[in-house]
Design a protein around this ligand. Structure first.
Ligand code: DC
Length: 206
């Protein structure tokens, strides 16, 4: 049977990755979290002093971009794929609030997008893949056989993310999570490079 490509785009914290993981598990496909890659670049920038007071040193980032290594490895214990940055497992670290705050500094940079889109296309070549993100059905796999677009009210998404973070022991308030989600919605939909838009022919889920 032909192994197809499934693209799931939408706003943050809608449950895209939950749906993607379940679909991938059910179909015996590979799940790829493209947002984790942008988060890993943001973490690199934070840890290497490339973000100061909310401003990204883009020149310095572009100088090292080719040397930043991002990948995924399957963890047998959790039965899931985990994100690695330069030889270190950063799966949990990239979900923390400082990364969420700074990820939209790196995601609009065209060179960052070009690198990550290329990696995503390589990982997904040959099909049998479920990938979630913002531009999967529009840019990364415009010919994906199935495309979803997911959305929900910001307060519902914020509560979902807040409970997830609280469950992991993070001391963060609901208001801060909501503010971050609303800011990222604006950043993701208004950036010049590959903004979040619904691809034509999408299945829309609310
Ligand atoms: O899916 P997420 O919330 O973990 O993604 C984090 C950020 O990465 C999001 O605010 C925008 C960016 N992103 C992107 O620009 N393109 C993608 N394909 C996936 C994520």
């Amino acid at each position: 049977m032909k192994r197809i490509t499934i693209a799931i785009d939408g706003f943050s914290s809608c449950g895209k990755s939950t749906l993607a993981k379940q679909l991938a598990h059910h179909l015996h496909y590979t799940y790829i979290d493209s947002g984790a890659m942008y988060r890993a670049v943001a973490l690199y920038a934070i840890e290497n002093g490339l973000v100061n007071e909310g401003v990204l040193n883009k020149v310095a980032l572009l100088r090292v971009l080719n040397h930043i290594h991002i990948g995924f490895e399957h963890d047998d214990a959790t039965q899931s794929s985990e994100t690695w940055l330069d030889g270190r497992n950063v799966e949990h670290r990239i979900r923390e609030m400082d990364v969420s705050h700074n990820v939209t500094l790196v995601s609009p940079v065209p060179e960052v997008r070009a690198k990550l889109v290329h990696l995503q296309q390589q990982l997904g070549q040959g099909g049998g893949v479920v990938m979630d993100g913002r531009d999967i059905g529009t840019v990364v796999f415009p010919n994906a056989e199935v495309k979803f677009f997911m959305t929900a009210r910001p307060d519902v998404r914020a509560m979902r993310r807040f409970l997830e973070l609280k469950g992991r022991g993070a001391g963060v308030s609901y208001e801060k999570v909501l503010a971050n989600i609303e800011r990222r919605d604006t950043d993701d939909t208004t950036r010049a490079a590959d903004p979040l838009v619904q691809a034509p022919g999408c299945l829309r889920h609310r």
